[in-house]
Write a protein that binds this ligand. Structure first.
Ligand SMILES: Cc1cc2nc3c(=O)[nH]c(=O)nc-3n(C[C@H](O)[C@H](O)[C@H](O)COP(=O)(O)OP(=O)(O)OC[C@H]3O[C@@H](n4cnc5c(N)ncnc54)[C@H](O)[C@@H]3O)c2cc1C
Length: 390
């Protein structure tokens, strides 16, 4: 259930293997409303980021009509104004079109899709779900239920899977799509710092011409008393010295907001005949909140696991081990790095120490982007652990 990237990819993969699949989506239309910066790493970068993942080719080649821009660099702007840009290629997609494309592919493989059909509960025997649609409430029975309903998944919680309730494990993003943005279309900019985006970062993601997604992320427990997410976004757009020049004439044409799991994947993603995948399973890269690539990779693994279970009798729980063997390391490393950022960017004194030590170099930023937890990074992790109280 849930026709986002995770649900559609699971549905497509299972349908391609001859299974009868029903994809339930609460919204009127797949992909609407979209809540996303719409940035995806290129296929080459995905190969570097998740070398263990199998068959990336078929996942990271969105049709050209979904791609609105290609970027070459990611630039980090640190709270002490230090800037580091690293080469990292990506594409910016129109999420509405991309999600629709993924759902279309699922339908072409044979999956049925029911929009405006909200899952309101998991049946007690976990062999189906209760839904509400225009005709009222009814039960739908199924041999396997897939929770692909996004962050803080209702179905995963009802199934007893360990969905985190800790507010620190979630980022909240508030974003405008803006026009009249004066920004280099080859650069994705990320602005870090407690005053700008406590616990996460603010971003400018160029969509081509003078259009960009301009957003702010926060982790609620880190926000200053009396401040809300919209205050941070307003400050970033109007009052931030480093971004305001680019955004001086910018006009919002859309508001997009949503929640992003940044606390790492759930310890268990399968119970009896229920699987969780994508944001519902915490399959999101915690440092940057990027969830579409893991949703696609894990969605395909979920579809394959379900098919092997129903067609060949393999244990469904093998899903857990398979996605961990392909995606587990990058998600774990990224979580460790997010914890390091929590210390490094919280306190100006720590940032100055980190800069003086030469840790904010292109080399280190590249390791951060690629979630490469090598010996240097581990040393930095240890030192930052000691600085927690600085
Ligand atoms: C502001 C913001 C910016 C982001 N920027 C990026 C980015 O640039 N790049 C990136 O990779 N990731 C980004 N993300 C994260 C990304 O959007 C998610 O990780 C990704 O969409 C996860 O896919 P999913 O299929 O697991 O869940 P979703 O895309 O959330 O899909 C879940 C689907 O389930 C449906 N659903 C929910 N509940 C029910 C129900 N009860 N019954 C039926 N249907 C239901 C929803 O309507 C939705 O269609 C961003 C997130 C936010 C909030």
């Amino acid at each position: 259930m849930g026709a986002g990237p995770a649900g559609s990819m699971t549905a497509r993969t299972a349908a391609e293997r001859g299974l009868e699949v029903l994809l339930l989506e609460r919204e009127l239309e797949v992909g609407v409303p979209d809540k996303c910066g719409e940035y995806l790493p290129s296929l080459e970068e995905m190969r570097r980021l998740v070398p263990e993942a199998v068959g990336l080719e078929g996942l990271f080649d969105p049709p050209s009509r979904c791609i609105v821009n290609s970027t070459k660099y990611v630039k980090f702007v640190f709270p002490n104004d230090h800037e580091v840009a690293v080469p990292f290629r990506g594409v910016v997609v129109e999420r509405k079109l991309f999600d629709k494309h993924l759902a279309n592919e699922a339908a072409r493989a044979g999956a049925k899709i029911a929009t405006l059909t909200k899952v309101v509960d998991l049946l007690e025997d976990m062999k189906g779900v209760r839904v509400r649609d225009v005709d009222g409430e009814r039960d739908i029975h199924a041999r396997i239920i897939v929770a692909a309903d996004g962050a803080y998944s209702l179905v995963a919680r009802r199934a007893g899977l360990p969905v985190s309730r800790d507010p620190l494990d979630y980022g909240v993003g508030y974003q405008y799509e803006m026009v009249n943005v004066d920004h280099d279309p080859e650069y994705v900019d990320m602005f870090l710092g407690e005053d700008i985006a406590p616990g996460t970062y603010a971003w400018i993601i160029p969509k081509g011409d003078d259009v960009a997604n301009v957003g702010t992320g926060v982790r609620v427990p880190y926000m200053k008393p009396g401040m809300g997410i919209r205050d941070y976004q307003r400050n970033f757009v109007e009052g931030n010295r480093l971004s305001s020049e680019k955004l001086r004439r910018a006009v919002p044409t859309a508001v997009k907001a949503g929640c992003i799991p940044v606390g790492g994947a759930m310890e268990r993603t399968c119970v009896e005949n229920v699987l969780a995948v994508g944001d519902a399973a915490g399959h999101t890269i915690p440092t940057v909140g990027g969830g579409v690539p893991p949703a696609l990779i894990c969605g395909r693994i979920a579809g394959e696991a379900i098919a092997r279970h129903l067609n060949e009798g393999e244990a469904l729980a093998r899903f857990d081990g398979t996605w961990r063997s392909q995606m587990g390391k990058v998600l774990e490393n990224s979580l460790r790095m997010r914890r390091m950022s929590d210390v490094a960017f919280k306190n100006k004194r720590v940032i100055d120490i980190v800069t003086r030590r030469g840790w904010l170099t292109e080399e280190m930023v590249m390791k951060f982007v690629l979630c490469d937890m090598d010996a240097k990074m581990r040393l930095m992790e240890k030192t930052l652990g000691l600085m927690r109280r600085v």
